[in-house]
Design a protein around this ligand. Structure first.
Ligand code: FE2
Ligand code: FE2
Length: 264
């Protein structure tokens, strides 16, 4: 089975990128199931509204994962329990939304989970390793042999440790949040597919991880509290990874990076 994981979809350009590009990539790569990170898919790049979620699902994504921007659109709480969306299991205890869900695809049970790291990140949650244990246990209890974790974190080291920690128990640990694709994709000895960061989807080349020059420059160079704005023009790019998974064992056989320009 082939599973495509799409890295952080940023703003309207990100949603346009999957609208125009996802179908062809899925077809070419024989993708059976698609997961995408939607924590920046709102128009302003923070959070995800119901319309954004619908755009992403309509483009061909099966399950959406989130991250530290999960609560930025208040509307998220209204649909978090109804749509196929997961949010970090270890933040916002008691608030709406699920840390993992199990769904079916071609007769196979697939679990998708979201955990947030604690290193250098603005919204810190409970112990991420305990959360990894919890979501793996929960997905196994619901009969999912395939168990994918979106580990949303800033530090490559924390994401790699989480991968080694989960090897033999999870199908893959896919890093998100930095919006920059790393070249360290690998399959660990226990059959866990890993990459430190899947990269972003939207306008990456002309922007600073999806945001335009002004706000980011003012914050770094002048120390001003400035609003970041999504870059609207430039090269639309889709980043992610394709996992080839043995559905009987739940182990990853191969992980391949995707990083390509999409005509919008
Ligand atoms: Fe992000
Ligand atoms: Fe993030």
């Amino acid at each position: 089975m082939k599973i495509l994981f799409v890295g952080d979809i940023v703003g309207e350009p990100g949603r346009n990128t999957i609208f125009h590009g996802l179908y062809n990539i899925k077809k070419r790569e024989n993708v059976d199931f698609c997961i995408a990170n939607g924590e920046n898919s709102a128009r302003n790049g923070r959070g995800m509204s119901g319309v954004d979620a619908r755009d992403i699902l309509d483009a061909g994504v099966d399950v959406i994962t989130m991250g530290n921007h999960v609560w930025s659109c208040p509307e998220f709480e209204e649909f978090a329990d109804r749509l196929p969306v997961v949010r970090p299991a270890n933040i916002g205890r008691g608030r709406p939304g699920r840390g993992f869900l199990v769904t079916g695809c071609k007769g196979v049970r697939i679990g998708v989970a979201n955990v947030e790291g604690r290193a250098f990140i603005d919204l810190q949650g409970d112990d991420p390793f305990g959360a990894v244990d919890d979501v793996l246990e929960g997905m196994a209890a619901e009969g999912a042999a395939i168990r994918i974790i979106d580990f949303h974190g800033e530090a490559t080291s924390e994401k790699k440790i989480a991968a080694i920690y989960a090897d033999g128990r999870a199908t893959a640990v896919i890093g998100t949040h930095t919006h920059v694709q790393t070249a360290d994709e690998t399959v660990l000895d226990g059959g866990l597919g890993f990459i430190s960061d899947a990269g972003m989807t939207g306008i990456a080349r002309e922007s600073c991880i999806g945001m335009n020059f002004d706000g980011v420059y003012k914050r770094f160079a002048l120390g001003k509290v400035a609003r970041f704005e999504v870059q609207k023009t430039g090269t639309h790019e889709l980043c992610g990874v394709v996992l080839t998974v043995d559905e009987a064992t739940g182990k990853t056989l191969e992980i391949k990076r995707i990083k390509e320009t999409v005509e919008v």
